[in-house]
Design a protein around this ligand. Structure first.
Ligand SMILES: Cc1cc2nc3c(=O)[nH]c(=O)nc-3n(C[C@H](O)[C@H](O)[C@H](O)COP(=O)(O)O)c2cc1C
Length: 404
């Protein structure tokens, strides 16, 4: 990997690599952020501050598992426990002084619907030495009931007003972090740009109810009262690997509608290949939370090395060669129906005879697969090319061919 192979310009700032810690527990204080900075992260967005420090419920994290493996997480955690003054007077100067010089520090802030709060927070943060500011108009729990977070981020007029207000208080680049809890993200992204946003981040967490403990009929995660007598919960924010398809959708929709605004892609990034998917749909930097909470800061090594090796293998010399590369291939559904018909084809050497595709096709498809000599065989006359056999095959034994 050459020293500047992963370098990218984003909102006027040069990042040595596109990988940033997103605003979350791994960026709760300088102890965490400096450890990550020394391990090679390109930058970090600090845990969001607002006028009042947060008091959080306990517990506040829930998990979605599949066959024992965590695939998603939900949280009802709010913002920084520390007052703004602690960040601006002590922590941000310390981080800027002790982190490697090329480590980018982004402050995250939130205020209410009144513009003055945003201007004042931005002014205070600007004087502390941060490199950029991210506006959190997207937290889906706790904040909306105080008319903050996603309450603002779901209303284009408010997004425009608070972005303008924050820009009034700072000369630093301002990023606006958007919520996926909207019908259409594009008008919200456009409003942020009208307000003067220099970049957008997407996505924050997806509002969710992670599950219910059926033994006690209690929604999860459980916040306990005295002696655990009271067991209560609330709606939280879903994140981790299971939300990557949503993040990719929102990032690509913004990138297609607003090709000139830099986007920081967030949601379910765990490995270099997921990160590359985000780059290909238009993200220029990438933010990671859950994967760091589950596996630690050291994943930065695999992220950077994996991406660099991929670039070498594919002949990409800079990250900008990759950014948006997949976007022209996202078209309308109608255009896809005009393409010539396909059928499935079994790669015999890979088929293990498990019959998963036969069962799926019989009950959820077009009844077009049979077993012959312990190998799945497709009936081309019946196969509709839907792709279900590919979905259930765990042996990479299905490909698709044109009928003519
Ligand atoms: C426990 C927890 C706390 C979070 N706190 C914040 C926050 O203070 N500000 C913010 O903008 N996003 C916050 N987030 C959202 C993350 O920054 C990120 O947008 C989201 O988790 C999706 O990324 P991921 O799938 O990599 O986790 C938080 C997420 C988690 C899990």
């Amino acid at each position: 990997m050459s020293s500047n192979q992963l370098e990218i310009e984003f909102a006027g700032i040069i990042f040595k690599n596109p990988f940033l810690l997103s605003s979350a527990p791994p960026t709760m204080d300088p102890r965490h952020i400096l450890r990550a900075a020394r391990l090679g992260w390109g930058g970090a967005v600090m845990k969001t501050v607002t006028e009042e420090p947060t008091v959080d419920p306990r517990t506040r994290l829930g998990v979605l598992r599949r066959d024992g493996k965590a695939i998603g997480m939900n949280n009802i955690e709010l913002l920084s426990r520390e007052p703004l003054k602690k960040w601006t007077d002590e922590w941000i100067p310390k981080i800027k002084q002790e982190a490697p010089e090329d480590f980018i520090f982004i402050a995250s802030m939130m205020s209410g619907p009144e513009p003055e709060g945003w201007t004042s927070l931005a002014e205070t943060i600007s004087a502390s030495g941060a490199d950029a500011i991210e506006l959190n108009v997207s937290c889906p729990h706790g904040s909306p009931e105080k008319h903050m977070g996603a309450f603002i981020g779901q209303n284009p007029k408010l997004v425009e007003v608070v972005t303008k207000a924050a820009k009034k208080g700072t000369d630093l680049p301002v990023m606006v972090k958007l919520t996926p809890n909207v019908t259409d993200i594009v008008p919200i992204a456009e409003a942020a740009v009208r307000g003067g946003a220099d970049a957008l981040s997407a996505i924050n967490t997806v509002e969710s109810l992670i599950g219910v403990d059926i033994e006690t009929a209690t929604p999860l995660p459980i916040a306990y009262g005295v002696d655990k007598k009271e067991q209560l919960s609330t709606y939280g924010g879903f994140c981790g690997p299971a939300v990557k398809p949503l993040g990719l959708r929102f990032v690509s929709q913004i990138a297609k509608a607003l090709p000139d605004i830099p986007i920081s892609g967030i949601g379910g990034i765990e490995e270099w290949n997921g990160a590359t998917e985000y780059l290909m749909v238009g993200a220029k930097t990438l933010q990671v939370c859950t994967a760091v909470m589950w596996h630690g800061f050291s994943i930065i090594k695999d992220l950077t090395e994996g991406l660099a090796k991929f670039m070498e293998r594919k002949g990409y010399t800079t990250l900008t060669d990759i950014v948006g590369k997949a976007l022209p291939k996202i078209t309308t559904w109608t255009a896809l129906t005009k393409l010539p018909p396909l059928v499935a084809h079994v790669i015999e050497d890979n088929c293990t005879g498990c019959k998963d595709c036969v069962v799926a096709c019989a009950d959820g498809g077009y009844v077009s697969i049979q077993m012959r000599n312990n190998v799945a065989v497709i009936n081309n006359e019946k196969c509709d090319g839907c792709g279900l056999c590919y979905v259930v095959c765990q042996d990479n034994a299905i490909k698709f061919v044109h009928t003519k």
